[in-house]
Design a protein around this ligand. Structure first.
Ligand SMILES: C=C(O[C@H]1C=CC=C(C(=O)O)[C@@H]1O)C(=O)O
Length: 449
């Protein structure tokens, strides 16, 4: 499909062709930074490289600023995509708090950053597609087509050079790690938060910790993403390099913030946690206990009710599925799927702005919870627990909540994990839950025995 090119906006040219399926790691390593990857259970795996356009924003209007910059960019598209999944998309994310990217390791991350990749490999159900995008003075159709042919050769050569018999780089190993929060400080913070909840000042607050790990070898980007894909196929997996200087924010989250297609909205309430058992019977027992546990059900229902309320002004109808247990490799959660039909056309970023932060990562009432988080946590959340995802020309998109995540530099990773606190939360149990929530990333960093 071709769209008329508007003379007032920067032109966008996008060309796509089908290619032989390369190994993900071969394509990843062949493409220059900054790279992006995105994958969702019901979506293609996308690998992006470079930036044909970068949109950044900060402050309270960052959602609206990205929306209008995206609309201007897509307004001028000359697009031959071949398949839906390879149509131009902007990939990126936001900071959790306004002004929340100040401290280490967030220096290279703006408060909002979205990228239209210069080169994109889309691993879709109907094949693998290579796309080249260009904007502004680079947006010359003949140049883009010539680049597309060169990129096909590059990926093909990289894939042929990769020996499928060569084992993946091993997990790097950790030489030393440091917590942002001691056990004593944690106990004090949880007791103070629980005191405020019991006093009626707050209903719920999610407090997080960070864990800094020095790596024994360079962080193996592609191998880590491959391993996370195998272990968390039902999660949203994301990876963002903010520049070409070697840091990346990545993770595998079970929590979808919102997906919008036309007027159909899908979202999740996910809160309330228990561990995995040693046996299927123990797993079942833990799941039953979670479903019957008043504290966890209350913590979960606050999220489900709030998500429904936040969607109400936009929705012609909302329906929530049954509360059930979502079982992941390392933990089990209470989960309620929620769908809605919108009462008017909306851009996905309007919904992202309305829903973020859900009480699964912020709290209630939102302002008081956010203030408590800022006052209590001795580190910047940056993009942790914030919306990450993609948007397209139609205003459709999919966003996940960036939990089970870390920032990696070649020799260091900083992991983040949080817990929802309600009136009867116990500091020691919540401490243990944080350790469980580090596992998805920590398991990929610790050396194999
Ligand atoms: C804030 C996190 O998890 C949230 C999502 C699911 C369950 C949660 C809980 O049970 O506390 C949290 O609300 C995190 O993993 O860092």
């Amino acid at each position: 499909m071709e769209q008329a090119r508007s003379t007032s906006s920067p032109p966008l040219v996008s060309r796509t062709t089908g290619i032989e399926a390369p190994a993900f790691a071969a394509a990843f390593d062949a493409l220059p930074a900054p790279r992006t990857t995105w994958s969702a259970p019901d979506d293609a795996l996308v690998l992006g490289s470079g930036a044909a356009a970068t949109l950044t924003a900060s402050g309270p209007d960052r959602f609206a600023e990205i929306r209008s910059a995206a609309t201007a960019l897509f307004d001028s598209g000359d697009v031959h995509a071949g398949t839906e999944a390879a149509r131009p998309r902007l990939f990126g994310g936001f900071a959790f708090h306004e002004g929340g990217c100040d401290g280490d390791p967030w220096g290279p991350f703006p408060e909002a950053r979205f990228v239209l990749p210069r080169v994109q490999v889309t691993f879709a159900d109907n094949g693998v597609w290579l796309t080249v995008n260009a904007t502004g003075t680079d947006a010359d159709v003949a140049d883009v087509e010539a680049r597309l042919a060169r990129e096909v050769d590059r990926i093909d050569a990289a894939d042929r050079a990769a020996d499928p018999e060569t084992p993946r780089p091993p997990r790097p190993g950790i030489t030393e790690s440091r917590r942002t929060t001691s056990r004593a400080a944690w106990r004090d913070s949880v007791e103070a938060a629980v005191g405020r909840i019991r006093g009626g000042d707050l209903q719920k607050v999610v407090l997080a910790q960070a864990l800094e790990a020095d790596l024994a070898a360079d962080f193996p980007h592609a191998a880590t993403l491959d391993r996370l894909a195998e272990k968390y196929p039902d999660c949203h997996r994301y990876y963002f390099e903010p520049d070409a200087d070697g840091s990346a924010f990545f993770g595998a989250t079970p929590e979808r913030l919102v997906a919008l297609r036309g007027r159909t909205v899908e979202t999740d309430a996910l809160a309330g946690t228990t561990g995995r058992g040693e046996t299927p019977a123990e797993d079942e027992w833990l799941a039953r206990e979670l479903l019957d546990d008043d504290k966890n059900v209350h913590e979960h229902e606050l999220v489900a009710d709030t998500v429904r309320e936040q969607l109400e002004p936009f929705a012609a109808s909302i329906s929530a599925g049954e509360r059930r247990v979502r079982r992941l490799a390392t933990v089990q959660h209470l989960h309620t799927p929620i769908t809605a039909e919108l009462n008017a056309e909306r851009h996905v970023l309007e919904l992202v702005e309305a829903l973020h932060p859900t009480p699964a990562v912020g709290g209630l009432p939102p302002d008081r919870a956010l203030e408590t988080i800022r006052e209590t946590e001795p580190f910047d959340r940056g993009w942790y627990a914030a919306p990450v995802g993609w948007i397209d020309a139609a205003g459709n998109g999919a966003f996940a909540v960036a939990i089970r995540s870390a920032v990696a530099t070649p020799r260091r990773a900083t992991l983040f994990a949080g817990v929802g606190l309600v009136a009867d939360s116990d500091p020691d149990r919540e401490w243990d839950e944080i350790q469980l929530k580090y596992r998805p990333i920590l398991d990929e960093l610790e050396a194999e025995n």
